[in-house]
Design a protein around this ligand. Structure first.
Ligand code: URA
Length: 195
């Protein structure tokens, strides 16, 4: 049942001709990135948008940021196969620019459906765009602060399917050239391990 509903989302995104990023996808002969992982996971990770490697393969976090994510998961003893990983925006913004508000509006409903189908107990956001989207979605807008203030904290919330914990994390890409952020991220991933 979950597989079927998720496949439906994939088909809809594949045919999302009204999105300007669809034109980019066709022009560059690349793929949307729907998400990947365990459909019965406890933890769902939500990044921002596919980068070059992700659009080339259709897989989330498979480039440099993905290698950091893999390292962080390993440091917390979490198997990548046990979690689900996706992004808010499913098509690559040109030149890896930040997603535009209208792109988040276009692709957000697909993410909302993925969350309701997968029903994770924990949602870990990667970066400020998914942090803002998810915290507003779960009525945590009053708790929103710069990511430097609230990374690694756990915010209990209610989803349509029950309770869920939201944990904002830095985007792994910020740790590519910055070891102190990587240490911070490793520390924050221990929170995931503990639950
Ligand atoms: N950055 C993201 O936010 N998502 C990916 O899938 C890859 C890099």
């Amino acid at each position: 049942m979950k597989d079927e509903l998720l496949r439906q989302i994939k088909d809809e995104v594949l045919n999302l001709k009204e999105s300007p990023l669809y034109q980019e996808r066709k022009k560059n002969a690349v793929f949307p990135v729907i998400g990947e992982g365990n459909h019965d996971c406890r933890i769902m990770f939500i990044g921002e948008a596919p980068g070059k490697n992700e659009a080339a393969t259709g897989r989330p976090f498979c480039g440099a940021a993905g290698r950091i994510l893999d390292e962080l998961l390993a440091s917390a003893g979490i198997e990548r196969n046990d979690v689900y990983i996706t992004n808010i925006v499913k098509d690559r913004p040109p030149f890896n620019r930040d997603p535009l508000p209208e792109e988040i509006k276009t692709y957000g409903p697909f993410l909302d459906r993925q969350i309701n189908i997968i029903q994770p107990h924990v949602i870990a956001t990667l970066g400020r765009f998914s942090m803002e989207y998810i915290m507003r979605k779960f009525n945590l807008q009053d708790e929103l602060q710069p990511i430097s203030k609230i990374h690694g904290l756990m915010f209990p919330a209610r989803a349509e399917y029950g309770s869920v914990k939201i944990i904002p994390l830095y985007h792994p890409a910020v740790a590519i050239y910055d070891n102190s952020t990587k240490d911070t991220l490793k520390n924050d991933f221990q929170v995931l391990k503990s639950i």
